[in-house]
Design a protein around this ligand. Structure first.
Ligand code: MG
Length: 377
């Protein structure tokens, strides 16, 4: 079965506000109509796109040149516009989907539902059962409650086998409000398939903001932890979170042994699911002997950035009896912030002793644990 999609964009859309019809207004990175067209162009079953525009728009730059479509001028009514669109459908097409250009969020799943039902009944359209109470009102007052049983809110795309739809349009009086009405007037049975609440029709100015919210991908938030230990050995200073601190001993390690920075770096790799420092900078590789640990941290930050993540916050705890961390706390935050391209308010460095217990309590070494949060907006 071959399928064409007719995107009806011939309305003037004045209720939505703006200087140009709503279908040509921008929503995110493209126009409303271009979103709708792209959804059908991306559907594997659709082989032809027909765009029906208002006669006044056909010589303008308003309508999108991509994705490729056969562009035709519509008529004075929706039925006349669809009729114009049908004349542009290729002769080898079996099925047509007729869609409002003002519905930019139509999903592949919804198109599938319409096509599946159309294949068994010859005509199908999506709709949502009315669940709100319906009132009959006049001059701002409720006059009566209307029964809502068997009532549906109709959506598009409405799908038909091409040949019977052409026959229905040939017999149409031109008074019908949509394609389903034309089809039914010709005796066609139209199946209802479940619609989609996100398949909104942009009608009023607030609908642009709603559609923009629905287009926004879900935020990707990752959390990672890191843990590291380095032992004390002879020396007169050590490095902690990028700050050189005079001390009676040094931390031992292949690099500069900055245990805090290593824990933070591993937390970033962890959040990304990209291994650890040892994997990216093998201790067996002599080029990293005595290396400054900010090289590792900057690599991890770069990896996060290249995957579209920003670092939301960092929390690092150093576990040691000595040296005292308090006097160096502000400098550590500032240095870490500079290496990570963050404001220092997003970085926490804190310290605790282990109450003289264990290897840190016996001052055999220093441990560090770190947590980071990465966010892809
Ligand atoms: Mg280490």
């Amino acid at each position: 079965m071959t399928t064409a999609a007719i995107i009806v964009a011939a309305g003037r859309g004045i209720r939505a506000g703006g200087d140009i019809p709503k279908q040509w207004q921008t929503l995110g990175d493209r126009t409303v109509a271009a979103h709708a067209m792209a959804r059908f162009a991306a559907h594997p079953a659709v082989s032809q796109l027909v765009l029906v525009v208002h006669p006044d728009d056909i010589d303008t730059s308003l309508w999108p040149r991509s994705p490729a479509a056969t562009v035709v001028a519509g008529g004075a009514t929706r039925a006349a516009s669809v009729r114009a669109g049908l004349t542009a459908v290729k002769t080898d097409i079996d099925r047509v989907l007729i869609h409002d250009a003002a519905r930019p969020l139509v999903s592949e799943a919804l198109i599938d539902r319409v096509l599946d039902a159309l294949d068994s009944t010859g005509a199908a359209a999506p709709a949502i059962a009315v669940t709100d109470t319906l009132w009959l009102g006049a001059t701002g007052h409720v006059q009566a409650v209307q029964p809502r049983e068997n009532l549906y809110r109709a959506q598009t795309p409405q799908g038909f086998l091409l040949a019977p739809l052409l026959a229905a349009y040939a017999a149409s009086t031109g008074q019908e409000t949509d394609d389903v009405a034309v089809a039914r007037a010709a005796g066609l049975d139209v199946a209802i398939v479940p619609g989609d609440e996100d398949n909104i029709k942009i009608t009023s100015p607030g609908d642009f903001a709603r559609a923009a919210r629905l287009l926004r991908p879900d935020m990707d938030i990752r959390c990672g932890n890191g843990y590291d230990v380095h032992r004390f050995g002879p020396g007169d200073h050590l490095w902690l979170c990028g700050v050189q601190i005079p001390h009676t001993r040094s931390l031992q390690g292949h690099s500069d042994a900055d245990v805090g920075m290593h824990a933070v770096t591993d937390a970033i790799y962890g959040a990304l699911g990209k291994g650890d420092i040892g994997q990216h900078f093998p201790p067996s590789d002599p080029q990293w002997k005595g290396a400054a640990s900010h090289i590792f941290l900057e690599h991890a930050v770069g990896l996060a950035t290249s995957e579209g993540f920003g670092i939301s916050n960092v929390d690092c705890t150093l576990v040691c009896e000595t040296p005292k961390i308090g006097p160096h706390h502000d400098a550590m935050k500032a240095v870490m912030a500079a290496y990570m391209g963050l404001e220092s308010a997003r970085i926490s460095v804190k310290a605790t002793t282990s109450e003289k217990l264990g290897f840190t309590g016996r001052e055999e070494g220093i441990a560090a644990i770190a947590t980071v949060t990465l966010v892809k907006p």
